[in-house]
Design a protein. Structure first.
Length: 655
């Protein structure tokens, strides 16, 4: 018989680090009750093992009543009960592997407990005893100190009643039942905790009542398909048997699915890791694993299975092999979907394509969706970009080392940046296309202001003095890609609304080259206000702007230059109908010629008067008229070529 002080000390030592794990109490008392009824079933043919578990609680008290129809505490069972470490050979024979620690949980987690048992003695008489805890005796769970009552009838049982009503202990119970507040959620916990007992004992019946709501747990009412796969594994120089259970649960499997392990027929965690199986499957299963290997290495609380990482790795490898074969057709279908997702991703995100390893996508057992592929690509790109900034200017340590700027990673990064730039150009062209459409979405005529298209090409009031200027954000490449790069002496000015100047001026002031000025006039994409105007058409307007600059370059551009030695070019961008109206008007005296490969764009070599007093004193000016429709088609074609170049659709073969 154990002394009270010794048992209390051992209970505190055993559970002090598990003070919030109230479920350990339920697990111990229920497993002991299941042991009791299954031992009797093993001895008596036709016996139906039953448990009744009734739990009631409110804010002040929790009451647990657990009754089993086992043999009760007969003389032999009393001996095992009174001494904590004495093993019951009947339990060992049935592979229950008890550790004799269940009563410690009662001592630690409860405020009052009482065993009521009816058993048959060696003379065939039925007797009843009641053993309370705590008692006034120095012994603990001592049968000899309590009165024995003779009973009539032939039913044996054990009923355990537990009360929890003190502040500290009731808090632990509340924490548990907050997670399982109703009988259905508690039933799920019960099945997952005691699954091996339930699935291996078809006649076992457990009646559960939670605050008056009732449910029955037994094998044939689990209503689920169960697949069992046995296998053996050599661990620690010994061959162990394992049983893998696949229990249909009605949910979908996604990602890493946990494999729940059991020791002594109770759910337990691996102390050095976990087992999982990764797959996406519309037909979901709980994955359970039982083994005598786990029984040999579980701790005294039955909570942790203390095995090495190497053993876990060996078990995981074998499970992967088994389940890969079992789910072979599912995996093949998932990989087919992942391949299609990868193709869609490559088409949609060409700037990230180079950062994805195809094998890491299409060989996975899970379906890899677009979001996951993007995330993987972004992470890989981030790694390379960090390396780029750390190593781009660093010289190789050895002469045979490759410079990062020449590496494949660097080329991937540069290619991605170009993809993003070209993709940006595509979005700009979509905006231009919307501007030049004649009708709105409802089919009505629409008008676009000159300022709208002006802002698309370059922000109003912006001056670009060189390529490093912070405002070097423009879309002049729509007209020609030569405008996308400014040298240190290639400048541009976008005028403000209301100024009596042209929309955009671009000029080059190079001592070693011919000085040039380009005067760019943008018209509304729907209708120019002065196309073919008798007083001043679009061409006359450009020539006036050229004359104004010639007369006072400092006022126009703050440029101190000899205007006689400048090449003058004027560009007008307007709708093709406005260009046709301008060129067919009576006041147009120039001879225009079509620009090659463009349908509605023209050029003419013209002259503008240096001053209004002498119209014969002139300077040459080249004037080009581009239709919005033409430059949109031309810019779109150039952009498509860039995309094809980035996709390596154009190859140069050296013969």
């Amino acid at each position: 018989m154990e002394q009270k002080s010794n048992v209390q000390y051992r209970a505190e030592k055993e559970y002090k680090n598990s003070r919030e794990k109230f479920f350990l109490l339920l697990r111990e008392i229920i497993s002991n009750a299941i042991h009791a009824v299954l031992i009797r079933k093993d001895k008596e043919a036709g016996f139906i093992p039953k448990l009744n578990l009734a739990i009631t609680f409110d804010d002040k008290e929790y009451k647990i009543e657990l009754t089993d129809n086992g043999e009760g505490f007969n003389e032999k069972n009393q001996k095992y009960f009174e001494e904590l470490d004495k093993k019951n050979p009947e339990k060992e024979r049935l592979h229950f592997h008890p550790l004799g620690q269940g009563r410690l949980a009662i001592v630690y987690f409860t405020d009052f407990a009482k065993y009521e048992t009816v058993y048959k003695d060696e003379n065939g008489k039925y007797n009843k005893k009641t053993i309370p805890y705590p008692s006034s005796s120095e012994g603990l769970f001592s049968f000899a100190e309590f009165k024995e009552e003779e009973q009539t009838g032939n039913n044996t049982y054990t009923k355990l009643t537990i009360l929890i009503n003190k502040q500290q202990t009731i808090g632990r119970a509340k924490t548990f039942f907050n997670r399982y507040p109703n009988v259905n959620s508690f039933k799920r916990w019960f099945i997952e905790t005691f699954f091996p007992f339930i699935i291996n004992n078809e006649q076992l019946i457990i009646n559960i009542s939670l605050n008056g709501d009732n449910v029955i747990v037994k094998k044939n009412n689990l209503e689920t398909e169960t697949v069992t796969i046995p296998f053996n594994l050599q661990l620690d120089s010994k061959l162990y048997s394992f049983m893998l259970w696949l229990v249909r649960n009605g949910a979908k499997m996604h990602g890493d699915n946990p494999i729940i392990c059991f020791a002594r027929n109770l759910v337990a965690n691996l102390s050095a890791g976990k087992l999982t199986y990764s797959i996406d499957n519309d037909e979901g299963y709980h994955l359970y694993l039982t083994s005598d290997f786990f029984d040999d290495y579980v701790d005294t609380k039955g909570e942790k299975i203390e095995v090495s990482c190497d053993d876990i790795t060996s078990i995981q490898k074998r499970i992967n092999e088994i389940l890969d074969e079992h789910f072979k057709s599912v995996i093949e279908n998932n990989q087919s979907i992942s391949k299609q997702n990868l193709k869609d991703f490559q088409k949609k995100y060409p700037s990230l394509e180079a950062f994805v390893k195809e094998c890491s996508i299409i060989e996975k057992k899970n379906i890899v969706n677009e979001k996951e592929i993007i995330q993987s690509a972004i992470e890989e790109k981030g790694r390379i970009e960090k390396k780029f900034w750390n190593q781009i200017d660093r010289n190789p340590v050895n002469e045979n080392d490759e410079r990062f700027s020449d590496s494949d990673d660097c080329q991937k990064l540069l290619n991605s940046s170009l993809h993003i730039y070209v993709k940006h150009r595509e979005s700009v062209l979509k905006r231009l296309h919307a501007l030049i459409q004649k009708f709105d979405e409802e089919g009505n005529d629409k008008s676009e202001l000159e300022s709208t298209v002006h802002e698309l090409f370059i922000n109003r009031g912006t001056t670009l003095s060189d390529s490093s200027n912070i405002n070097h954000l423009h879309n002049l490449w729509i007209l020609d890609d030569k405008f996308t790069t400014f040298s240190s002496n290639f400048k541009a000015k976008s005028t403000k609304t209301g100024q009596s100047l042209s929309d955009i001026y671009i000029w080059a002031d190079d001592p070693e080259k011919t000085k040039q000025i380009l005067i760019l006039e943008l018209k509304s994409t729907t209708k120019a206000h002065n196309a073919g105007d008798v007083k001043e058409g679009m061409i006359a307007q450009i020539k006036r702007y050229a004359r104004d600059f010639y007369a006072n370059p400092q006022k126009t551009l703050n440029w101190d230059v000899e205007t006689e030695r400048i090449q003058y070019t004027g560009i007008i961008i307007a709708r093709k109908s406005d260009i046709n109206k301008e060129l067919t008007s009576n006041n147009n005296s120039g001879v225009h010629k079509p620009i090659p490969f463009l349908a509605n764009s023209y050029f003419l070599d013209d002259k503008f008067a240096k001053n209004t007093n002498n119209p014969r004193d002139t300077i040459d000016i080249r004037i080009e008229l581009y239709s919005f429709e033409d430059i949109y088609e031309l810019a779109s074609s150039r952009n498509k070529v860039f995309f094809k170049l980035l996709k390596k659709e154009f190859e140069f073969n050296n013969h």
